[in-house]
Design a binder for this molecule. Structure first.
Ligand code: NAP
Length: 245
């Protein structure tokens, strides 16, 4: 992937950082977007630079369509035309549906689903014009199985699968592929905020009996971004230790 330009949303921490680093190790120049943690974003940029990549971090709330458009322009101006878009930015606001506020429901949909749509819409004209491009959306097995306490999150991730398949059909003839990776339980700040009993319950549902690493997800993203996946589009690949079989 030497010379390719990748844009990873939510690249300051966790899975997004692992994806950005793996793409840099594979030869890409990489821009990351982050919500607000500048220190974490700067740390990722240092890791990317150490891997030999040109790198850039842009603060951008992907839920804000104007900000998403501006960020895509800024990255293209700084690094060159984008080849690979990874929609990884995501949040949780868990709670049982009976007690979930509309605000918490909407906030998760706005970032996880509408944010990805904003990024795709902003990148697609350049992908279509150049008749090439890779879009990889990070969904979740929660969106495939449902998960108590995650009506907002599971809806956003199920929506992301519909978005993946629809855009895949819309741009398949233009040389652009669109795929999704669905992680199960992965060791990041997101799972660190779960209480011990929820974590143990979740782990007991993983046939491989261990929590996944961000690098496990990054490997799958790199596969979809690489030349070997040129004839694959509209696919959802689970990286979940067998959690959802
Ligand atoms: P994380 O550690 O909580 O990191 C979230 C990342 O998203 C951070 O870089 C954060 O930026 C960024 N972000 C949050 N809101 C944003 C916004 N409005 N605009 C732009 N960036 C935003 O999460 P993670 O565990 O690595 O998860 C990454 C993705 O994998 C998410 O889509 C998540 O749903 C999915 N996933 C995770 C798991 C898991 O077990 N961890 C399982 C399935 C799916 P700041 O650093 O600035 O806050």
């Amino acid at each position: 992937m030497k010379g390719k330009i990748a844009l990873v949303t939510g690249g300051s921490r966790g899975i997004g950082r692992a994806i950005a680093v793996k793409l840099a190790q594979e030869g890409c120049d990489v821009a990351i977007l982050y919500a607000g943690r500048k220190e974490a974003a700067d740390e990722t940029v240092s890791l990317l630079t150490a891997a030999g990549a040109r790198a850039l971090a842009v603060q951008c709330n992907v839920a804000d369509e104007k900000a998403a458009e501006a960020a895509v322009k800024e990255v293209a101006q700084a690094l060159g035309p984008i080849d690979i878009l990874v929609n990884n930015a995501g949040i949780v606001r868990d709670g049982l549906a009976m007690r979930m506020s509309s605000e918490d429901f909407r906030a998760v949909l706005d970032v996880n689903l509408t944010g990805a749509f904003h990024m795709i819409r902003a990148c697609l004209p350049q992908f279509v014009r150049r008749r090439s491009g890779r879009i990889i959306n990070i969904t979740s097995v929660s969106g495939m199985m449902g998960n108590p306490g995650q009506a907002n999150y599971a809806s956003s991730k199920a929506g992301l699968i519909g978005l993946t398949k629809t855009i895949a059909r819309e741009v398949a003839s233009r040389g652009v592929t669109v795929n999704a990776v669905a992680p199960g339980f992965i060791e990041t700040d997101m799972t660190a905020s779960m209480n011990e009993s929820a974590l143990q319950k979740g782990l007991s549902a993983v046939p491989m009996g261990r929590i996944g690493k961000p690098e496990d997800v990054a490997n799958a993203v790199c596969f979809f971004a690489g030349d070997g996946a040129g004839y694959i589009t509209g696919c959802v690949l689970k990286v979940d230790g067998g959690m959802y079989i």
